[in-house]
Design a protein. Structure first.
Length: 614
């Protein structure tokens, strides 16, 4: 009897995300329709986080490795020192493993790994991937004929690092007709090293399908290039590149002419880490940028970033961007504290009635008096903002006070905001009672608070939980909480997060949150989670340090159970003498989280392993 599929493919695709690899493999054998649906979910993309996982992958794809399309070797942090700042651990990829993957996964399209693994590899003519689109970052020394034989038949993306003197020979060796996106990262030894651009014309001639070019150097020239050093060439034939990134190269206004002449069909342009202009030439740089915008009729996305980017801003630029209907996305990243420039930029925004095309803004605001720049209101006219990062004076110098930030008032004026990061802010809401707040629904997905003070955190978090149902990433780094209630217990500090309406993918907590005007240290800190799976607590032991305490996981089940009993005794109504059988009364700090679910949890720099919280 012939089995007829009665389920739509969309339904089967959703089901496949909840099945194991073996179940998906069995489902491919049911019928032809199921085979096509489930094979797309089976091994299409594989993310490897450890050496053991890579070995398991190799052993599990002996018979159906042709289904593997992408393998990503992700660098992670070691379990022994699982912090946010530690150096990552790279997945080991050696010659034998590469040979095995080449044999078992002949249809592999993407193989990404850390550049340091090239020292373990030895390419040979025996290996060849006919459908490889992207591989790991490659050094110039490893860009050999064997590399092109193994990876270069159908490459569409390539990221290469090289020295400045290698650019001439590289322009001739880059003969990959299928390449569409190229990143060249020059590792210069001295800041003012000259990099001629005439070699780029030959490179573009050898790459006819190139649509995205990212040209970077790791060290930006300190000073503007003098006219005598005319190394910027104009191509005989303009390119058809649509996306261009120049990082650390722009040291003269001649680069603007270089862009408009050689890349006239640009749709996306990113300029980062430009050099410092000479005294009295700032107006020339500003005029050159405006002329560039007018000379690129297809430009839709413009991104500017770096510590010297403020020298390009003027009132005329904002007028041009507001009148230019072609540019629908404008991104800015101020990478340094600059009092005059940042305030001038904000005042220009206010006087220009905002900037409709502004999508991403990263701004460091230096204020002698908190709120003097009006940053929390001068951005209200930029209602198209999607991502916003604000550093206030407190983030630069701890002696400065916090800058008041009404988060509910801010979200009401910027309804499209999806990512919000604040440093040095005094986060609060307009009214102390939740029922008095204006409840609406916003698109906020990520909230990062660094070195901030949270006033009435219970009302603030309840407001965010109700109004931001898409919020899945929250960070509280070195944050403190301001509450009017006095902590009456000398052995228990508790801080509760009411996020019952959201699902968290990542949550970063600060140990400072549990201190309520006390100077005592916590012998143990517990993270207590209340979600759909029930209640569970993970305890961390503390060791004293000079500034911030350091933590170690309590992975011993018996120790965690005993601490749970101590915590329950502290929260019960019995007298302390009846609760504690001995003289030992440890001080506990507990962070209580009420949410629908949470995937990753950090306590300061310590990552709680997923198997302990899930």
């Amino acid at each position: 009897m012939t089995l007829v599929n009665r389920f739509p493919s969309e339904f089967l695709h959703k089901v496949s995300t909840h099945l194991s690899v073996q179940d998906c493999w069995h489902a491919t054998l049911v019928c032809r329709s199921w085979h096509h649906t489930f094979q797309r979910a089976l091994y299409k993309k594989v993310f490897i986080y450890s050496d053991s996982q890579l070995k398991q992958l190799v052993s599990s794809i002996s018979y159906h490795g042709y289904l593997v399309k992408e393998i990503h070797l992700i660098s992670t942090i070691s379990h022994e020192s699982t912090t946010l700042q530690d150096n990552p651990r790279h997945v080991l990829l050696d010659r034998d493993t590469l040979l095995t993957l080449n044999h078992l996964c002949p249809l592999l399209e993407v193989l990404r790994f850390h550049p340091s693994q090239w020292t373990n590899l030895e390419l040979s003519d025996q290996m060849q991937w006919s459908q490889m689109r992207q591989c790991g970052i490659v050094h110039y020394e490893d860009f050999t004929p064997s590399f092109l034989t193994v990876f270069g038949t159908n490459l569409t993306q390539l990221h290469m690092t090289h020295a400045a003197h290698d650019l001439e020979t590289l322009a001739d060796r880059l003969r990959i007709p299928t390449l569409k996106e190229l990143t060249l990262e020059i590792l210069v030894q001295i800041e003012n090293e000259i990099i001629p651009t005439q070699h780029l014309e030959r490179m573009h001639a050898n790459l006819p399908q190139l649509t995205a070019f990212h040209f970077k150097r790791n060290k930006t020239p300190h000073h503007e290039a003098v006219p005598a050093h005319d190394i910027i060439s104009l191509f005989a034939h303009p390119t058809t590149v649509r996306t261009l990134t120049l990082h650390g190269h722009v040291d003269s206004i001649q680069w603007f002419q270089f862009i408009t002449t050689n890349y006239p069909k640009l749709q996306e342009l990113e300029l980062t880490q430009i050099t410092t202009s000479r005294f009295g030439t700032k107006w020339m740089w500003q005029t050159a940028l405006i002329d560039l915008i007018r000379s690129l009729p297809s430009l839709q996305r413009l991104s500017l970033g770096g510590k010297n980017i403020p020298q390009l801003f003027s009132k005329a630029l904002l007028v041009e961007l507001n009148s230019n209907k072609q540019i629908d996305e404008f991104n800015i990243d101020f990478q340094t504290y600059q009092a005059i420039e940042s305030c001038q930029f904000l005042l220009s925004l206010a006087s220009s009635d905002g900037l409709a095309s502004l999508r991403h803004l990263s701004l460091r605001v230096w204020e002698q008096i908190p709120g003097w720049s009006g940053v929390t209101k001068n951005l209200f006219q930029c209602q198209g903002l999607v991502s916003l990062q604000l550093w206030f004076s407190k983030g630069f110098m701890d002696q400065f006070p916090f800058t008041s930030f009404l988060i509910d008032h801010f979200l009401l004026h910027l309804p499209c905001l999806k990512k919000l990061a604040l440093t040095g802010a005094h986060v609060q809401v307009m009214y102390k009672d939740y029922k008095d707040l204006d409840i609406q629904v916003f698109d906020l997905e990520e909230l990062s608070l660094v070195q901030c003070k949270i006033e009435r955190h219970d009302v603030v978090l309840q407001y965010l939980s109700t109004c931001c149902p898409r919020l899945d990433t929250m960070e509280f780094s070195k944050c403190e909480s301001e509450r009017s209630a006095v902590n009456k217990s000398h052995v228990l500090n508790e801080w509760t997060m009411d996020l019952q309406q959201i699902r968290l993918k990542k949550l970063v907590l600060s140990s400072i949150l549990i201190y309520i005007g006390t100077v005592q240290t916590n012998d143990f800190i517990g993270i207590r989670i209340h979600d759909e799976k029930g209640q569970r607590t993970q305890w961390c032991s503390t060791t004293k340090s000079m500034i911030y305490p350091e933590y170690g996981l309590c992975e011993d089940t018996e120790k965690n159970t005993e601490l749970d009993k101590v915590y329950q005794s502290y929260t019960s109504s019995k007298p302390l003498a009846d609760r504690m059988p001995g003289n030992y009364t440890p001080t506990l700090g507990v962070l209580v989280i009420h949410c629908q679910s949470v995937t990753q949890v950090f306590l300061d720099n310590l990552k709680i392993p997923n198997h302990l919280i899930n």
